[in-house]
Design a protein around this ligand. Structure first.
Ligand code: FEO
Length: 391
């Protein structure tokens, strides 16, 4: 079945129903790798698919044209879920001319060999296909330094690669078919786990796109936007600015239950002060789901018992993950129980500070918290709540 975004612009991607892990991010609904065929007098393919899905892409292209008619390949982004089929495509179509951004040149050669012939496109460059033209805007760090977007001016179609994507495998291709409420949770999870560190660059990219008329946005993963473009653009702007709700997450793990007792007392303090809170024990929760909530939550309180003078393994993993994602404008606290030397809370404070969060409070308790210690935890929760309310 042909999927047309506009006359002469087709989705020719692949559906990965079984993907459950995308470099550490849990993708329960699978994903798609979206490639697009733009047909003027000349034909361009914008992006490819992950290498194992090359034949699926090729068979979709065959439903529309003879693949030998493709003259140009546009590489919007080097990451292998999009460029992975490049060597196979070059093998099948040796005449194809490959275009990429200046930053992608070295990266592509480091992936696929130093002899790869490439033509470079900079912001504002236009590739005339005859009847349709492709305009390019570099969008570094959305998602890699090489990233750029392709715009088909005649049809007002934007192909922004990773931006506006979601990991959803489905029969439906368009937002009006699946529904915004069904797409938004995956768009949120995608932004939180992939795009969150690059808020400043997203704002810059949104700004660059403001003067451009857009009827359709074809991202490189998931559903294509044509009805809810203002909704997803406004949501991206909110996320990129680091806007969050006045609520809190208590994320912890526990060895013999003491850190969990502390977490519950802190929860009590937060909620008594009117701040809605949720608790997640890391050994039974998924870090990429928690991070999705961090995107829209002002307070993050992290708890770890001390083991061998350091962090409990699941907490260490989460702290490393959140440090890389650098959520903006968050208020944080560190807590935990220890037996003799301590060390976990100190390590947590260092990790949270390195994430760029405001460190509001820290508290450690020796062995099992008694009534007095639990009351100190409750007070800590209240102080953090007041800080969140005043933010
Ligand atoms: Fe979907 Fe950054 O690759």
């Amino acid at each position: 079945m042909k999927v047309a975004l506009k006359h002469g612009i087709y989705w020719v991607g692949a559906i990965d129903w079984n993907l459950r892990d995308f470099h550490g991010y849990t993708t329960r609904r699978g994903t798609t790798y979206n490639a697009y065929l733009v047909m003027g007098e000349k034909v361009a393919l914008v992006d490819t698919v992950k290498a194992p899905f090359f034949e699926e892409m090729l068979s979709r292209i065959r439903e529309i044209i003879d693949p030998a008619k493709i003259e140009y390949l546009i590489v919007n982004h080097v990451e292998m879920d999009h460029s992975g089929s490049l060597p196979l495509l070059k093998q099948a179509l040796p005449h194809i001319k490959v275009f990429c951004s200046p930053r992608a040149e070295e990266e592509l050669r480091l992936h696929y060999g130093k002899d790869l012939a490439l033509s470079i496109l900079k912001t504002g460059d236009v590739l005339d296909l005859g009847g349709k033209s492709l305009t390019f805007v570099e969008t570094p760090m959305v998602h890699w330094p090489d990233s750029m977007v392709t715009y088909v001016r005649e049809d007002k179609v934007l192909l922004p690669n990773d931006a506006f994507g979601q990991h959803i495998a489905s029969t439906e291709r368009f937002d009006d078919e699946l529904g915004f409420d069904c797409i938004l949770p995956e768009a949120t999870k995608y932004y939180a786990n992939i795009v969150m560190p690059y808020g400043a660059q997203v704002l810059k990219a949104l700004d660059a796109l403001k003067g451009i008329e857009i009827d359709v946005i074809g991202p490189s993963h998931g559903i294509i936007w044509r009805k809810h473009i203002p909704d997803i653009a406004a949501t991206y702007e909110k996320w990129a600015k680091g806007e969050a709700e006045k609520k809190a997450l208590i994320v912890y793990d526990t060895m013999w239950g003491s850190t969990e007792k502390m977490a519950r007392a802190i929860y009590q303090g937060l909620t008594e002060e009117g701040i809605p809170a949720r608790m997640y024990r890391l050994s039974t929760s998924d870090k990429s789901d928690i991070v999705t909530e961090v995107l829209e939550t002002r307070g993050l309180l992290l708890g770890s018992p001390t083991i061998n003078n350091g962090l409990f393994p699941k907490v260490a993993e989460f702290a490393t993950y959140i440090k890389g994602l650098r959520p903006k404008g968050r208020i944080s606290a560190a807590f935990g129980s220890y037996g003799w030397g301590g060390g976990a809370v100190k390590a947590l404070v260092a990790e949270l500070q390195a994430s760029g969060m405001e460190m509001a409070e820290e508290l450690q308790v020796k062995f099992v918290p008694d009534r007095e210690a639990l009351s100190a935890c409750e007070e800590l929760g209240k102080r953090v709540a007041r800080k969140i309310k005043g933010s």
